[in-house]
Design a protein around this ligand. Structure first.
Ligand code: CAA
Length: 241
């Protein structure tokens, strides 16, 4: 049996591609989902990957859910913090609720998922934490003050925690996907996507979820043991850091 990996938001979009790629690479994978039970059931039937329902916004649910995954599969060695949402809107129009939902999921969710797993990783002197941030956390994006703030926060989280994990055999890295052809991106108004976003991507297309998943497989591998605190950008050249 391979190493145990947990992927939050791992039954749809980029997360599903990550779960599948890790499974194909020999990991025993568990995926979490927050609400779409139908999609999760289909995903499990198709892939054989067990899906667990809880909200990353709730610390106690994370503690309980993680304990269940570990009881079923064993200690989690690879954590992929992928769960994320958008509540886009121009800043003057967004509500405190839209701010809070995005921060709670995309930033606090990363704390809630990592904290209960961290001590075990330290005790076992091995771990891989991979945070899926975003190009928009690097460059900022109009209509996404909430999302950009949370995703930039994930980068700070990654850099700080990497320094704590380094001497304990734990690497902590971030991946910043650009615009990937998932439901989240396809929810952007078609005119905005076609006239404003895609023309800004030098490779001339949206990315594919599998292109992000391959980055995760690399960062999770033993080959990546010297890489920690880093940000891997995969955005088709849209923003060169
Ligand atoms: N890039 C450049 N210009 C943009 C833009 C973008 N991403 N988003 C909006 N604009 C422009 C619009 O084209 C429009 O310009 P004009 O007035 O010159 O036509 C202006 O900003 C106002 O936009 P809207 O008319 O659409 O205003 P709205 O109030 O109806 O909607 C919005 C605002 C909700 C922000 C909507 O424009 C939108 O959804 N934009 C996309 C925001 C975005 O990029 N979200 C990323 C989602 S995918 C994701 O988050 C994954 C990831 O990590 C990359």
């Amino acid at each position: 049996m391979g190493r145990i990996a947990l992927v939050s938001g791992g039954t749809r979009g980029i997360g599903a591609a990550i779960s599948i790629a890790l499974k194909d690479a020999g990991y025993t994978v568990a995926a979490t989902y927050a609400s779409n039970g139908e999609a999760a059931a289909k995903f499990t039937t198709k892939t054989g990957i067990q899906a667990y329902k809880w909200s990353v916004t709730d610390y106690d649910e994370c503690v309980e859910g993680i304990a269940k995954v570990e009881a079923d599969l064993g200690p989690i060695e690879v954590l992929v913090n992928n769960a994320g949402i958008t509540r886009d809107g121009m800043f003057h129009k967004i509500t405190p609720q839209q701010w809070k939902e995005v921060i709670d999921t995309n930033l606090t969710g990363v704390f809630n998922m990592t904290h209960p797993i961290w001590t075990g990783m330290r005790d076992r002197s091995f771990g891989r934490v991979i945070n899926i941030s975003s190009i928009n956390g690097q460059k900022g994006q109009m209509g996404q003050v909430n999302y950009s703030a949370a995703k930039a926060g994930d980068l700070g989280f990654t850099k700080a925690l990497a320094q704590e994990g380094a001497s304990k055999g734990i690497t902590v890295n971030a991946i910043c996907p650009g615009y990937i052809g998932t439901e989240m991106v396809l929810a952007v108004p078609e005119k905005v996507l076609n006239e404003k976003i895609i023309p800004q991507i030098p490779v001339g297309r949206l990315g594919e979820p599998e292109e992000i998943a391959r980055c995760v497989v690399f960062l999770a591998s033993d080959d990546a043991g010297f890489i920690t605190g880093s940000t891997l950008t995969a955005n088709g050249g849209q923003f060169v850091v």
